[in-house]
Design a protein around this ligand. Structure first.
Ligand SMILES: C[S@@+](CC[C@H](N)C(=O)[O-])C[C@H]1O[C@@H](n2cnc3c(N)ncnc32)[C@H](O)[C@@H]1O
Ligand code: SF4
Ligand code: SF4
Length: 334
């Protein structure tokens, strides 16, 4: 068995339950830099209950500490089998389950049923009635509040994540007070680092604002740079590239984690991005071999892709090390 993530030590699963979404957040990877929906990558897959049952199964799930859905290209609540999946995962014995969502999809019956599965929900609510939709485009405030109240009212445990922009920064205290009134467990204020990123041609782009029709999303003025993983991408690759120690977040401190994309591709984390578009393509020869719809999980974890990744992470001689691993999980000053 591999000494990296393997079927025996696996204890965390992040399953992107869907690549459909009701919302249209301007910085979401569903969209390109011109805010066009990337049609080839979105609105075509849900992770099915059948795959969860047949390819993961209750035996493995009984050993899982955390099963969560915080995908890249969609919102797990859009999956028609969402409640059945959480129900199956929980009854199989997985200790903790959670879902990240904009809270807009589905009706109150869905959210009440999800609460019964004891799944923790992280609602991404970036403002109040007059501002949430400026980033969470198409999310209707009244429906969102009904859904939140139905979920918490049915005994569901929920956190409120609040992304701070110039247009909502004056509402943080008010939102936190509302979160307490509604019964959220935690209110998490978050900065975004997604102003600066690589565009689809691989060029590094730095932005101060994003124009959306008749309004603009603007950066919060701050004395220090927002903390976060992406800021390190600005650092120059130097001669530590091959040798710097990498603490793979997905295989570190007792954590052994995989990410299953809605299209079935399996990788250690969602930071590697689309495995067909980004640099992982340099070490993947056969896409069926890493896809859970075509292969067993055990064979995927023992296969060439995970093996090559592990060699790169461990800095083995002549191994192909991914820039994402270096930048995301590289240990500073090591
Ligand atoms: C692509 S979303 C998928 C899950 C769900 N649709 C949601 O938005 O919560 C994954 C995570 O990215 C977060 N996110 C969205 N826009 C972001 C941004 N500009 N900066 C940082 N995180 C962001 C979401 O809130 C969520 O926690
Ligand atoms: S709600 Fe999540 S998946 Fe949907 S557009 Fe926004 S960030 Fe993307
Ligand atoms: S980016 Fe690389 S090193 Fe970091 S968690 Fe993902 S696979 Fe591991």
């Amino acid at each position: 068995m591999s000494s990296y993530i393997n079927i025996g030590n696996l204890n965390v699963i992040n399953a992107e339950l869907s690549n459909y979404c009701n919302s249209a957040c301007p910085m979401c990877p569903r969209f390109d830099f011109d805010l066009n929906l990337i049609k080839e990558r979105t609105n075509n897959s849900h992770t099915s209950l059948e795959v969860i049952k047949n390819k993961i199964g209750s035996n493995l799930l009984s050993r899982i500490n955390t099963f969560y859905s915080c995908g890249v290209l969609g919102d797990g609540a859009m999956n028609p089998e969402c409640v059945d999946i959480y129900d199956y995962v929980k009854t199989s014995g997985a200790s903790n389950t959670s879902l990240s969502t904009n809270g807009g999809p589905r009706n109150t019956d869905f959210w009440k049923a999800l609460a019964q599965t004891k799944t923790h929900v992280v609602f991404a609510i970036d403002g109040l009635e007059d501002t949430n939709h400026l980033y969470r485009r198409n999310v209707k405030w009244d429906k969102l509040m009904e859904n939140v109240q139905a979920f918490i009212g049915a005994g569901g445990s929920a956190d409120w994540d609040f992304l701070v922009f110039k247009h909502n920064q004056h509402q943080i205290e008010q939102a936190e007070a509302l979160s307490k009134k509604l019964g959220f467990k935690k209110f998490n204020k978050k900065d975004t680092t997604r102003w600066d990123d690589f565009d689809s041609d691989g060029n590094w782009v730095q932005r101060e604002s994003i124009q959306i029709g008749d309004y603009a999303l603007e950066k919060v003025e701050r004395d220090t740079e927002a903390s976060g993983l992406v800021t390190t991408q600005k650092s120059k690759i130097n001669d530590t590239f091959q040798t710097r120690k990498i603490n793979c977040f997905s295989f570190h401190n007792g954590n052994s984690e995989i990410y299953i994309a809605a299209n079935g591709d399996v990788s250690p984390c969602c930071w590697l991005g689309d495995l067909k578009m980004h640099e992982s393509k340099n070490i993947i020869k056969d896409y069926t071999s890493i896809n859970i719809n075509h292969n067993t999980l055990e064979d995927i974890l023992e296969g060439e892709f995970f093996n090559e990744l592990a060699n790169g992470i461990q800095g083995k001689e002549n191994a192909y090390r991914l820039q994402t691993c270096y930048h995301t999980c590289g240990v500073a000053n090591a």
